[in-house]
Design a protein around this ligand. Sequence first.
Ligand code: PLP
Length: 446
Amino acid sequence: MVASPSPPTSDLKLENSSGGLSLGEKVRGDFPILNQEAYPGKPLVYLDSAATSQKPASVIATLDQYYTEYNSNVHRGAHSLSIRSTEAYEAARDKVRTFINAEDRKEIVFTRGATEAINLVAYSWGDANINAGDEIVLTVMEHHSNMVPWQLLAARRGATLKFARLNADMSLDMDHYLSLLGPRTKLVACVHASNALGCINPVRAMADAAHAVGARILVDACQSVPTMRVDVQQLGVDWLVASGHKMCGPTGIGFLYGRLELLRSMAPWQGGGEMIDEVFFDHSTFAEPPSRFEAGTPAIAQAIGLGAAVDYLSAIGMDAIEAYEHELAVYLWDRVAALPAELTLYGPPPNAAGDNRNPLLAFNARAAHAHDLSFFIDQEGVAVRAGHHCTQALHRSLGAAGSIRASCYLYNTRADVDAFVVALEASLAFLGGEGGAGGGDFGLLL
Ligand SMILES: Cc1ncc(COP(=O)(O)O)c(C=O)c1O
């Protein structure tokens, strides 16, 4: 086993102290990038973690250690470096398995990210199992990564896409979802926590209903695996995908979880080294999962870095992270909703328990365009995002070209949200007022 740099730094020693520090305050020092000014006199406030999270020092040190001490290819060499990198790479698979409670380590396939994982299923399983007249059920809040691959599959195979719509409060309309399921439904693909609406969908109930009509279900857990305890056996899903870079890990790595019997039934997607059993001039036989789906040299450092990220999150505890994320979700919503400006907030309001939302909020202001707002907010050192957040179809259905989105993670604090609200108010005052730029995005068409 490779000894990786120890996960969290001394900040965690403060845990359970009676000092009343929030999780964000405790772990902030673990993230070196946060300790800087965005502009002179303007400390950086990073509120774009739904796009990509920052990395703790332990993950950065793990990458450094890999390249300085044992960089080498995996599964190929008998030499000491290769043995070490192979062990670390496969240990990362074990860590991910434990993190999402998969039954078997062979159920974890490393991919470049969630997008690649979805495409893998669409091409491998989809091309073999989706036929003319079949139906694929999605929700209107899907990220492009969980929509376009199914559009391409439907076009290749002559299938139809159906979209579960929203309730008036912009949560998923489960009755509508259930009404779409039937004997023609072969697949459900849905997001667990929406990167635009913030809502957390009832995946277990969705999976049970999909299975009741004989359909498979793939869950896009990009925004939930980083923020809450995700247990694939409890969720009862067939496939689940996530990206490492949103959960304190490096870019270029993600994973596909698939039930082993399903993965075993799936043909390779990409051919090359690593994924074969035997190769002859006229044909080849293929390795068992997960190798069957990991053609070529994998993202070794990134996978090991993801393992370090899992160590980091696990040392803090996903229950503690989840509770804190919900607290921030409520605080963010309440602070923005309380502003006197005319705003449209997207997604359902927090419930009494505060556990129906991720700590992100997308919205529009009547007085100013989202891009202008984000520009002015950035001048105050606060990094937020403006655009359609890869949910263009959703934004269109909400009557908006885009929105501005603030998104928190475990290293953020209420003070970060306060800084954002101050910058937002100042920007609105500057841009808005009567005859302001005008969002052009106001109004809802549910
Ligand atoms: C909900 C959701 N799904 C899928 C993706 C795609 O992830 P990646 O670009 O890392 O493959 C994202 C990233 O923004 C996301 O937020």
